[in-house]
Write a protein that binds this ligand. Structure first.
Ligand code: SAM
Length: 313
């Protein structure tokens, strides 16, 4: 085992379920938009024949390096550093319209959370950073120390779904400068009391992380662009870890747009470019959650790009 294999900690979630839904053609082209430690990527490769291809994308250098080391020399695999929000620009134009499957295993990896110095975790003290990529500028430090009261409050409320957003935002402003994850945690705990304190801390950290990485905007982008790069019959498998992400995926899979509004032609026929395949959501089994607690909030949805606008009679 190499140094990186032992160091990169992440157990792939819904591994068999996702790859079984994703790979419909063993000789097809697949894109893993969230390569991470390469757990899903290896499983996808094991379903492909010699004509198959897998392109892995990640914005985090450590993930790319870990996945490349783990997968090793496989001529069917290539990787790209970048943000999946720019999917159509990252992929070579000649494969646009040719891709058989796209995997999105959203959020951060266990590895990223466990590196205290990257500032994702409220369980480890570290600098306020939370950037998944060195491609992107705004850090958690800037959000916490420079954003206005209104912006902080809205991030905590909308992205963190935390009720005490006003009180927490005021307290953060009062305590500035805030340098570390430990200091931020203390501030939140000075405002929220009781048994749910730790959940509030997690929610505020989630809100700031979503803002720093523009996670919801990037998700909306990749969903739209996946329709450009997929072939007819190609699939998107999306695994999300909180309700904000899942809501975006659900709406898009229903209608092919972010309003969730099904367009109709003059005759009232539905014009949806996509069809949801998972009847509702697919969740990890109790056995998987027991083995890997990080899987507990996972929700998977699957959709397929469809040919002609579906005519409903
Ligand atoms: C949950 S982990 C994926 C784990 C992977 N499926 C595995 O089995 O090891 C999510 C990964 O996606 C990456 N990521 C998240 N958002 C991204 C984005 N907008 N663009 C590119 N990579 C992203 C993160 O850096 C992280 O490595």
């Amino acid at each position: 085992m190499t140094k990186h294999e032992t160091e990169y900690k992440h157990v792939p979630v819904l591994l068999n379920e996702s790859v079984e839904q994703l790979v419909t053609d063993p000789g097809g082209i697949y894109v893993d938009c969230t390569l991470g430690g390469g757990g899903h990527a290896l499983e996808i490769l094991s379903h492909l024949n010699n004509n198959g291809q897998l392109i892995g994308i990640d914005q985090d250098d450590e993930a790319l390096e870990a996945a490349r080391t783990r997968i090793g020399n496989d001529s069917r695999f290539s990787s790209i550093k970048g943000n999946f929000g720019y999917l159509s620009r990252l992929l070579p134009p000649e494969i646009h319209g040719e891709v058989s499957g796209i995997l999105l295993d959203l959020g951060v990896s266990t590895h990223q959370i466990s590196q205290g110095e990257r500032g994702f975790s409220f369980q480890e003290d570290g600098p306020l950073d939370m950037r998944m990529s060195n491609l992107r500028g705004v850090s958690a430090h800037q959000v916490v120390n420079e954003y206005s009261y209104e912006d902080l409050r809205d991030i905590i409320f909308h992205y963190g779904e935390e009720r005490l957003s006003r009180q927490i935002a005021s307290k953060i402003i009062e305590e500035r400068p805030v340098e570390t994850t430990g200091e931020l945690r203390d501030i939140i705990e000075s405002v929220v009391h009781g048994p749910h304190q730790i959940k509030s801390v997690a929610r505020v950290f989630q809100g700031i992380r979503i803002e720093v990485n523009r996670e919801l905007d990037m998700l909306r982008e990749v969903l739209e662009q996946s329709l450009e790069v997929l072939k007819i019959g190609g699939r998107i498998v999306a695994i999300s870890y909180h309700s904000l992400e899942d809501r975006i995926v659900k709406r898009f899979f229903k209608a092919g747009n972010h309003q969730g509004k099904i367009e109709k032609d003059f005759y009232g026929h539905e014009l949806t470019p996509i069809k949801s395949l998972s009847n509702g959501i697919i969740r990890p089994t109790d056995e998987e959650v027991e083995r890997n607690p990080a899987a507990r909030s996972a929700k998977m949805r699957v959709a397929e790009k469809i040919d002609q606008p579906e005519v409903q009679t």
